[in-house]
Design a protein around this ligand. Sequence first.
Ligand SMILES: Cc1cc2nc3c(=O)[nH]c(=O)nc-3n(C[C@H](O)[C@H](O)[C@H](O)COP(=O)(O)O)c2cc1C
Length: 203
Amino acid sequence: MRNPAPTLYPIHDLLAERWSPRSISARPVEPAKLKSLLEAARWAPSSSNMQPWRFLVATRDHPEQWQRLFDCMVEWNQGWVRASPVLILSVAALLTPEGKQNHHAHHDTGLATQNLLLQAVAEGLVAHAMAGFNRGLARETLSIPEAYDPVAMIAVGYPAEASDLPEAYREGEARPRERRALNETVFGAGFGLPSPLLQEGAG
Ligand SMILES: Cc1cc2nc3c(=O)[nH]c(=O)nc-3n(C[C@H](O)[C@H](O)[C@H](O)COP(=O)(O)O)c2cc1C
């Protein structure tokens, strides 16, 4: 199933086609594709090239590992994630090599994650990020050190039909995708001030 973004201005297909479906097939993902997703993440930009991201990856080939990630998720997410052949937890390193706080750790981990999500689209896969998981439990059961923060769970797999989902999730799958208007997001001379770029007739 596809659900491309109805964009106001043209954007690259890869971006328009990325979305967060809940219908994910149980079909295994080829290790080579999975490695490409992680390689894409590796090439994200980061503040001082600190590369604060880490990824814990679990496939169904290692059921105990997969289950450990699955068990951290909130019930709502478990309901649709249960078919996903791959679960990934992104983790951010909070400190610089000098032991200071890296204020962009989460930002840069997000950049790497977006690279992963977009590479998934390029590979014919879908990848859906989630905040709905128990971060304390993840820290404990996955032995995540204090200087690292669990950031997001990501379900990866081949797309499936909405009809494969439990009923509670089907309606959301068909919902049109929405975004706040560009002029509420993009400002000009100061916060909240209109951007001349978006004014009528600006081209
Ligand atoms: C950090 C993050 C956390 C999210 N958490 C959840 C979640 O716990 N459960 C869920 O079903 N979707 C989750 N989503 C998916 C968002 O709901 C989705 O990205 C948003 O509605 C926009 O839709 P789109 O990704 O299809 O464009 C999350 C996305 C991100 C980036």
